[in-house]
Design a protein around this ligand. Structure first.
Ligand code: ZN
Length: 377
């Protein structure tokens, strides 16, 4: 007896598969992380993250323009200061590296959304995310005094032009402290993207090379979450929502898709996932060895994040993804153009004009590009 239901009927060709596809990844979903360093003309590749660079502010501006022209709506800035101290002065100083970079980017590319990572570990001499008791060698950060530094940091970042504050230090009450600091300073409309469920993860290894933020002693397990816990993630999320968070983040992403899914079910706020440095490094290493198809693995991974409930993805692959999506939409546009360009009624999208190796769309392709974008694989 043949089965009545044959799911393969809807997989039999690419047009049918397009019609019943549930998840579509677009450039709108992407946030690109950038690392700012002092100096000029500097682009220092991070050894464990091929294709990712520490950039001086002039290079950050160039990169921001490229990111914007690729259709990626936002960057998130991390800073590596010239000097570190116990008060994390480089984090909240008006001439801190992130503040300077944010101002320069907003001047050059006003429409690009600039998010600032709001934490202290890149700026403290010991590499922890806040104040420590004098003589402490375990890394047990003092919660409430640290909140004052975070408030100061957030206000100075917004003053410098930052659009969204993203606190990542997992201090209790940090969303509320930052919200009140921003409101008191008159920045009532600046959203907070909270790293709500951030785990003490070994996947951060390469990032610490990039941000030069490895703790000098101890670890971050007294403030970041235990990878074994999921109910606790929902507790953290509920607290951040009550404290005024506008968006929530789960970090890392790949090994925490169940958490992304649960957070999505538990809240109606937008959910972001941080596809972290270790996840990036694993794919890059395998791809450079010729062991996997990088493009297909990256696209499958991103699609899986979306399927798990992610609205936004912070990823070092963002520029590659945007290029692949453009390539795909252009080939579909060409196909449509060959068939019936004159009959397609659409509005044009911004052409990808700054990306090396890409031809601008011709008017015929432009006319059909949005159709292509909505139907890409
Ligand atoms: Zn930190």
């Amino acid at each position: 007896m043949f089965p009545i239901q044959r799911p393969r009927r809807l997989r039999s060709n690419s047009q049918l598969r397009r019609m019943v596809r549930e998840i579509v990844l677009t450039t709108n979903d992407l946030i690109y992380p950038l690392f700012a360093v002092p100096g000029e003309g500097i682009a220092q590749e991070v050894k464990s993250m091929p294709g990712v660079y520490q950039l001086s502010v002039d290079k950050i501006v160039e990169e921001a323009k490229e990111v914007y022209d690729l259709g990626i709506p936002a960057i998130i800035l991390f800073g590596i200061p010239a000097d570190k101290d116990i008060d994390a002065t480089g984090a909240w100083h008006d001439h801190g590296i992130v503040q300077v970079a944010a101002t320069a980017v907003k001047e050059a590319v006003p429409d690009l959304i600039v998010i600032a990572d709001t934490c202290l570990c890149e700026y403290t001499s010991h590499g922890h995310c806040g104040y420590l008791e004098v003589g402490d060698l375990t890394g047990r950060v003092l919660n409430d005094p640290t909140l004052e530094l975070l408030k100061k940091t957030a206000v100075s970042q917004v003053k410098a032009g930052v659009d969204i504050i993203a606190p990542s230090g997992m201090m209790d009450g940090f969303v509320r402290a930052i919200r009140s600091g921003l409101d008191e300073a008159g920045y009532i409309d600046t959203p907070i993207l909270s790293y709500a469920a951030k785990y003490a993860s070994a996947y951060y290894g390469p990032f610490r090379d990039a941000a030069e933020s490895t703790p000098q002693f101890g670890d971050r397990r007294t403030y970041q979450m235990d990878p074994a816990n999921s109910r606790e993630a929902i507790k953290e999320v509920a607290l951040d929502v009550a404290e005024g968070a506008d968006m929530l983040m789960v970090k890392p992403a790949l090994a925490y898709m169940d958490i992304i899914w649960q957070v999505k079910q538990a809240t109606n706020l937008p959910v972001a996932a941080y596809n972290v440095s270790g996840e990036y490094a694993m794919i890059k290493a395998a791809a450079l060895n010729g062991w996997i198809d990088e493009q297909r693995v990256v696209m499958e991974t991103m699609t899986s994040f979306k399927r798990a409930g992610t609205d936004l993805i912070l990823t070092y692959h963002a520029k590659d993804i945007a290029r692949w999506l453009h390539e795909e939409s252009m080939s579909t546009a060409k196909w449509l153009g060959d068939r019936a360009a004159s009959e397609v009624q659409t509005t044009p999208v911004a052409p990808c004009i700054r990306t090396p190796g890409f031809e601008p769309l011709n008017p015929e392709q432009l006319a059909s590009a949005p159709v292509a974008e909505e139907t890409n694989a």
